[in-house]
Design a protein around this ligand. Structure first.
Ligand SMILES: Nc1nc2c(ncn2[C@@H]2O[C@H](COP(=O)(O)OP(=O)(O)OP(=O)(O)O)[C@@H](O)[C@H]2O)c(=O)[nH]1
Ligand SMILES: [Mg+2]
Length: 466
C-alpha cells in the first residue's frame, strides 16, 4: 500500500480526541465515552475514498503524567534524535506510563500531531506541560480547539497559548462538523508542513470526488423511492359484500405501512451511502421528520403552497381542479376519495388527506377486489420528496462523533421542506416528472431526469443553514 498521511490525535483524557477521530475518519465504530480513560490503546482509523485509504488517523489514550513527562523531555531534549522513541524505551516497563508511552508511539514513527483540547474550559498547568512536550518532539503539529460546551470565555487564552508552540490552530466542532468544515481542516493541515502538501491535496481531491459520487447515489435513491411511492397500490380480495367494511381499514393500514416501508428503505440506503451503517442517526426530537408521513404537521411543513402547486401543476398540464384545495391545505378535507363504492367512517385512519382512491371491483367468479392507490394527490410527491431530501441533508452532515442523542444540537434550520423554496420553473419540472412517473412514461422521464437530478444534487449540496 502506498504511504498515506498519518496523524496522531493527542491530548488530555476526555477532551474529545476519539470524537475528532470518528468525525475525520467517518467511522462510527470509534469508541467515545463521557468517562475519562475510555481509550487505552492506539487505534488506527483510515479515512477512505471508495475502498482506498487516503488518510490514517491514530486515536491515542490521554496523557497520564504530563508534568513528569515534561521534566524528562526537558532533560533529554538535546541528547536525542527521536526523543519520543527514547522516551518510550525508557518508560515502557513502567505501568504508570503506559498511556504516555502508547500515545508517543505514532509520534516516534513520524505521524503528524493533532492536539485536541476542550476550549470551553480554562487552561491548566497540565495543558501547558502537554503543549511543551509536543513542542519538544519537534514534529509538525496543529492544535484543534473542540469546544464541548458553548462557553467562549477561554478561547482567546487558548489561542494565545497555542501561538507559541503550534504551527496552526483550528476551532473544530467534532460533533457538529459538516463536510466542508472537515475539508477546511484538512486544507489547513497542508500548511503545517510543506512536505504534507502534495499527499494531503491528493487526499482532499479524492475525498471531494467521493463526496460527489455519494451525492449522485443519494439522488438515485431519492428518485427510486419517488417512483415506488407514486406507483404503489395495495389490493385485497374479500369473499362477501358484508366483509367489505371490515376490509377497508385493514387495507388502509397495509397501504400506509407499505409507503412507510418504501420511505424507510430509501432513508436507510442514504444513511449507508454516508457511512452511518449502525443506524446511530437518531432524528432530533424537535425534527419534523419524527412526524409520520400522514400527519397534519407533515403536510403543513412540507410541500408547496396552494398557489405554487396550482402553477406547477398547470405548467405540467395536469389539471388538478377541485382537488387543489385538498392538495394544498391537506387538513380540511375528508378521507380517501372513494371510487366505485361509498366509503364509510371506518376509513378514517388516514384522516385529513385526500390521498388515494379506493376501487372496489366485483369479481365475476365471486367476491370483491379492493384496491387502494396509486396515489394521485398533486401535493403528495412534493411531501415525499421534501422528507427524503431533509433526511439526506441531515445524514450527509451528521458528524460520525455524534453517537448519542443527548448532544444538544438542534435542526431548527432544517425544519421546512426544500421544494417550496425552489423557483417556479423547478417546481414545474417536478410536476412534469411526477406526472410522467405516474403514467409510466419512461420516454418522457429520460428527457426530464437529467435536469431533475441537477435540481436534487444542488439542493443536497446547499448548506443546511440556508
Ligand atoms: N457536546 C459535545 N460533547 C463532546 C464534543 N466532543 C466530545 N464530546 C463528549 O465528550 C466526551 C469525551 O469524548 P471522547 O471523544 O471519548 O474523548 P477522548 O479525549 O477520546 O477521551 P479518552 O479516550 O477518555 O481520553 C464524550 O461524552 C463526547 O460525547 C463536542 O464537540 N461537543
Ligand atoms: Mg478516546
Amino acid at each position: 500500500m502506498a504511504d498515506i498521511p498519518t496523524f496522531a490525535i493527542i491530548g488530555h483524557p476526555n477532551e474529545g480526541k476519539s470524537s475528532v477521530v470518528a468525525t475525520l475518519a467517518e467511522d462510527e465504530s470509534v469508541r467515545i465515552s463521557p468517562v475519562p480513560g475510555e481509550t487505552t490503546r492506539l487505534a488506527r482509523f483510515d479515512l477512505k475514498a471508495g475502498n482506498a485509504s487516503i488518510i490514517e488517523f491514530v486515536d491515542t489514550p490521554g496523557f497520564q503524567n504530563p508534568a513528569k513527562t515534561l521534566a524528562w523531555f526537558k532533560q533529554n531534549a538535546n541528547a536525542e534524535d527521536n526523543i519520543a522513541q527514547a522516551f518510550i524505551q525508557q518508560h515502557s516497563s513502567l505501568s504508570d506510563y503506559r498511556h504516555d508511552c502508547e500515545l508517543m508511539k505514532p509520534v516516534a514513527s513520524g505521524a503528524g500531531i493533532l492536539y485536541v483540547v476542550d476550549g470551553s474550559r480554562p487552561i491548566t498547568s497540565s495543558d501547558q506541560a502537554e503543549m511543551e512536550i509536543l513542542r519538544l518532539t519537534g514534529k509538525p503539529r496543529m492544535a484543534i480547539i473542540n469546544c464541548k460546551s458553548d462557553e467562549t470565555l477561554y478561547l482567546d487564552a487558548w489561542k494565545a497559548a497555542f501561538r507559541k508552540s503550534f504551527n496552526a490552530i483550528r476551532v473544530f466542532d467534532a460533533c457538529g462538523a459538516t463536510f466542508s468544515e472537515r475539508i477546511g481542516l484538512l486544507d489547513a493541515l497542508k500548511s503545517v508542513d510543506q512536505d504534507w502538501n502534495p499527499s494531503l491535496q491528493k487526499a482532499i481531491d479524492l475525498l471531494q470526488k467521493d463526496w460527489a459520487r455519494r451525492g449522485k447515489r443519494a439522488v438515485e435513491t431519492i428518485i427510486d423511492s419517488l417512483e415506488q411511492g407514486l406507483r404503489f397500490s395495495k389490493s385485497k380480495l374479500v369473499a362477501r359484500e358484508s366483509d367489505l367494511e371490515l376490509a377497508k381499514p385493514e387495507l388502509e393500514r397495509a397501504y400506509r405501512e407499505g409507503l412507510e416501508k418504501i420511505e424507510r428503505r430509501a432513508w436507510n440506503e442514504i444513511q449507508r451511502q454516508y457511512r452511518h451503517q449502525a443506524l446511530k442517526i437518531s432524528i432530533p426530537d424537535s425534527s419534523i421528520l419524527n412526524e409520520n408521513l400522514f400527519s397534519d404537521r407533515t403536510w403543513q411543513a412540507f410541500g408547496l403552497t396552494g398557489k405554487q402547486l396550482a402553477l406547477a401543476a398547470g405548467a405540467a398540464g395536469a389539471g388538478i381542479g377541485v382537488g387543489l384545495d385538498v392538495a394544498a391545505g391537506g387538513i380540511a378535507f375528508g378521507v380517501f376519495t372513494a371510487a366505485g363504492a361509498a366509503f364509510g367512517a371506518g376509513a378514517a385512519l388516514l384522516k385529513g388527506k385526500d390521498l388515494a382512491k379506493l376501487k372496489i371491483k366485483q369479481i365475476p367468479v365471486g367476491g370483491f377486489k379492493l384496491q387502494l392507490g396509486p396515489n394521485q394527490n398533486p401535493q403528495f410527491p412534493f411531501i415525499l420528496l421534501d422528507r427524503v431530501i431533509l433526511y439526506a441533508k441531515i445524514c450527509s452532515n451528521w458528524a460520525h462523533a455524534r453517537q448519542n442523542r443527548d448532544l444538544s444540537i438542534s435542526d431548527e434550520n432544517l425544519k421546512e421542506g426544500s421544494s417550496s423554496r425552489w423557483d417556479a420553473k423547478q417546481r414545474a419540472l417536478c410536476s412534469k416528472v411526477f406526472q410522467a412517473i405516474r403514467k409510466e412514461r419512461n420516454d418522457q422521464l429520460e428527457t426530464l431526469y437529467p435536469e431533475f437530478k441537477e435540481v436534487l444534487s444542488s439542493e443536497l449540496e446547499r448548506n443546511p443553514d440556508h
